[in-house]
Design a protein around this ligand. Structure first.
Ligand code: UD1
Length: 426
């Protein structure tokens, strides 16, 4: 398995282009199931998860065509067409590789009247049930059965539509419900929905395909089902988590990096917490300049659904705060097991104590390089960040996690002066 080797201690300086958002792309791709016309997505990141989603769509009978963007360029254009759905089954072999496969459930049900999707099972950052996906679809009129590790959803004469109040905010369940409701026979009201920018991106794409959705970006979505949707061309929003991660890279190394293609609004509360920690951020013509000249200060953070602090930035922030002046309290309210980077950061000299859902980080003068490995995507990035600031050499293994979510990470970081390379073990 490949490894990443980093020789730390160099302040990063330069420009980093921000790719299209992985989590937006993973909910925009299944929208292609909702129409027999082509859906063209621009600015799709080149990531393992996107390829896996493409295979899943091929498995349902969709054609996927990638336009020949130059290999040196970031992102690509993919046209997906579902003029015929040949299978409504999402098999275990694909779903177990990528939890987001569950996002074909709503659109398959809406378009084909049935869907059989493997249960995703547990994952490293917690239990991650899908009960809310199922309850929301039931409220829209689906019949749901669970058997032999699969969810079978059906609505033989189409979904009637309905009302559902989410008991807790779920990004994925909101996405599935929205994609199902847009083709329902009647109106639907979804309350206490997730308001993440990726949900806004999904709704905007569906509207471009002819869907009727009101309340986009608020807690309540009112959806008037339409008989058919049509094709569209849509550009995926920039990845706010990738941007936030590179902002932490600039900050932890005391560097100066311009993040290209993102504005202040996209980063939301991540930006406010970076500023509170002493990071200077200024809008530029092409994006945002992120710079740290003074010391970093400890900050307290509690993850929460948007517009709160994103759980997907918690590990990277923790890495940054290990070298801040003073203590920080990080509370994880979304996933129950999302501190797995802590023992690895400790191997690099970080001082972190975990008590239940909170972690106290006491800033240290510096980190030292070590051999580390991570169990999930964002935890892996936190180790890369620590490695960029550490004295000596850090080897990060299991980097397939990084390939799932960071487009050409080592290329982007070397271009701003990091000493980072991928070692293939053949
Ligand atoms: C999405 C993101 C992930 C991010 C997370 C929270 C994608 C592909 N992934 O994941 O990167 O960390 O949002 O911002 O977009 N829950 C239930 N029952 C359900 C569904 C969720 O109890 O049916 C719980 C989860 O266990 C978790 C919380 O709700 O504790 C939020 O999860 P959710 O927003 O659904 O996360 P995902 O959509 O899986």
């Amino acid at each position: 398995m490949d490894q990443i080797v980093i020789r730390g201690g160099r302040p990063l300086k330069g420009r980093i282009p921000i790719s299209g958002a992985k989590n937006a792309a993973l909910t925009l791709l299944p929208c292609a199931l909702l129409t027999d016309e082509p859906l063209t997505l621009r600015n799709l990141p080149r990531l393992a998860d996107i390829d896996t989603f493409g295979h899943l769509l091929n498995n349902h009978g969709l054609s996927t065509t990638i336009e020949g963007t130059h290999p040196e360029e970031f992102g690509r254009v993919m046209t997906v067409r579902a003029n015929r759905i040949t299978s409504t089954v999402a098999p275990y072999d694909i779903v177990r590789k990528m939890r987001a496969s569950i996002l074909v459930l709503g659109p398959l049900l809406a378009r084909a009247g049935e869907a059989t999707v493997s249960l995703p099972g547990g994952c490293a950052i917690g239990n991650r049930p899908i009960d809310l996906h199922l309850k929301a679809l039931e409220a829209l009129g689906a019949e749901i059965e669970l058997a032999a590790g699969y969810v079978k959803a059906s609505a033989k004469s189409g979904l009637p539509g309905g009302r559902y109040v989410f008991p807790l905010v779920s990004v994925g369940a909101t996405e599935n419900a929205v994609m199902a409701a847009v083709l329902a026979r009647g109106p639907s009201i979804l309350e206490n929905v997730a308001r993440e920018p990726e949900i806004v991106d999904l709704c905007n794409c569906l509207v471009a395909m002819g869907a009727r959705i009101e309340g986009i970006g608020t807690e309540t979505l009112t959806i008037e089902g339409v008989r058919d949707l049509h094709g569209a061309t849509y550009a995926v929003m920039p990845d706010r988590i990738e941007a936030g991660s590179y902002a932490c890279a600039a900050a932890i190394t005391g560097g100066e990096v311009e993040l290209l293609g993102v504005g202040e609004a996209v980063l939301g509360s991540t930006l406010a917490s970076l500023r509170e920690a002493g990071v200077e951020i200024t809008p530029t013509r092409d994006g945002l300049m992120v710079k740290r000249t003074g010391t970093l200060h400890g900050v307290n953070i509690s993850t929460a659904p948007y517009p709160g602090f994103p759980t997907d930035m918690q590990a990277q922030f923790m890495a940054m705060l290990t070298v801040a002046d003073g203590a920080s309290l990080l509370t994880e309210t979304i996933f129950e097991n999302r501190f797995m980077h802590v023992p690895e950061l400790a191997r690099m000299g970080a001082d972190v104590t975990v008590r239940g859902r909170s972690a106290v980080v006491r800033g240290v003068a510096g980190l030292n390089g070590a051999q580390v490995m991570a169990t999930d995507l964002r935890a892996s990035m936190s180790l890369v960040l620590a490695g960029l600031a550490a004295e000596g050499e850090t080897t990060v293994s299991r980097i397939y996690h990084l390939d799932r979510g960071y487009e050409r990470l080592e290329e982007k970081l070397s271009a701003v002066g990091a000493d980072i390379e991928r070692i293939s073990d053949g």
